[in-house]
Write a protein that binds this ligand. Structure first.
Ligand code: ZN
Length: 74
């Protein structure tokens, strides 16, 4: 499939891949399974702006689950 790669600044051939993203929240490393695009032209990963927001949200959900917080505001 073709997407605009922010590194190439051009439309390139990309693949959706599985990647573990490690996000640090208040000293805690949260691992989230993300599905970024892999640019086949430059070999770099980039997030769809829509899904990029989602995986941060997931990280916060995981953080809350670990801490057992029910009313934790971001
Ligand atoms: Zn690229």
């Amino acid at each position: 499939m073709k997407k605009i790669c922010p590194y190439c600044e051009a439309e390139t051939e990309v693949e959706v891949v599985e990647k573990i993203e490690r996000i640090n929240i208040r000293g805690e490393t949260i691992e989230v399974l993300a599905h970024p695009y892999l640019c086949l032209a430059c070999g770099d990963y980039f997030e769809d702006p829509k899904t990029g927001f989602d995986f941060l949200q997931k990280a916060y959900e995981e953080y809350r689950r670990r801490k057992g917080l029910t009313c934790f505001r971001i």
